[in-house]
Design a protein around this ligand. Sequence first.
Ligand code: F0G
Length: 449
Amino acid sequence: MSDWNFKTIIEPFRIKAVEAIPILSRAQREAALGAAGYNVFRLLAETVTIDMLTDSGTGAMSAAQWAALMIGDESYAGSRSFVRFESVVKRLTGYPYIFPVHQGRAAERILSRTVLPPGSIVVNNTHFDTTRANIEQAGALAVDLPVAAAGDPRDTSPFKGDMSLPALDQALEKGVTLVMLTLTNNAAGGQPVSMGNIAAVSARCRAAGVPFFLDAARFAENAWFIHTREPGYADIPLPELARQMFDLADGCLISAKKDGIAHIGGVLATRKKDWADLFRNELILGEGFPTYGGLAGRDLECVAVGLEEALDIDYLRYRARSVAYFAEQLERVGVPVVQPPGGHAVYADAGRLFPHIPAEQFPGQALVAALYLEGGVRAVEIGSLMFPAAKLQLVRLAMPRRVYTQAHIDYVVEVAGRVAARAADVRGYRIVEEPPFLRHFSATLAPIT
Ligand code: F0G
């Protein structure tokens, strides 16, 4: 249905199976965080009340997905579940060559190892960290070309995920191997990319003869923002709109753990036959036979159903509204957030909330620890702990799909409000031990007293 005209946007589902969530005492949370070295990645999930660490693989599957799981065909070659998966992805994207992979970064690895010889240059609006790591592992260079507005948390432009076209023109003149757009732009606040920008990037790539791929992990949320924010798209059905995005590119990588609403899975797809031949060989080396690609037949079924459910208009309206509501309520209780709110998460601006904590004492980590100690809420720091040169000290509160209700969000807002009320008393952290790379996953920290 599309004529919903109520002020209240309801969860467009009812709940058939429930899972108890842990409710801990303050003393238990203090003990758990201390034992985890003040790093929430080291916490056991059974000590977390509301888990907003990621929206990846953490969604609630529908009854249709659980039912499809039971009819998964586990044949090694030519399974019925692959045929279904392939036909759904073909309908969604229009690409003729479809490969299942076990998750998004497997597609990144296959792409990087086959078509990016050492010295290649890849440009993107902003590479997600695993995408960058796979490109660099192949000896290629990953360059981010975001628009200027992406760096300003208070700028409310509707499409801060766009790529800078003047920067792309300059890059193409110097020579580029592959152009990518990440929809939505996760590393830059979950901001959407406009159809106008996708079309402009596509036209430039075609003129220059450079292949153009989408990292389409959150293709449905991106399509929703085009539908609601970009003139001319309000009356186009969402599957058609998504198809227009894919039509502009030569292929895509999809982590099905996001808008596939599956617990595991991914897609690598293209219209380029020469690249498809390379992908297939690399897939067999690392993932499995091309009709299952590192997944069980039942996983292919869940992804096939999820990819279509993600484009349901009532679901997307609720999804975007619940993220926007969360952002509004956080600002109301004194927690500044990146504006406008993105599609899958709210990014709190810890640098502004804690101006008394210098970047080298990790204001984002201070907020992450305070949210956990106050109410068992787990978020992730995206600041100087994750990226030592970070310009902004952010904390991402990701929204798993179809998992938490408005009451859960109201609770998180109450927890955050209590932290904001005593912001001046919150102290920074120092690192006790850190690994040589990706330190945020495993470093141990201590509060500065
Ligand atoms: N691309 C984007 C834009 C992503 O956000 C992710 C994962 C990947 C690729 C890799 O996919 O995890 O299936 O291998 N993002 C998760 C997150 C981990 O928390 O944002 P994957």
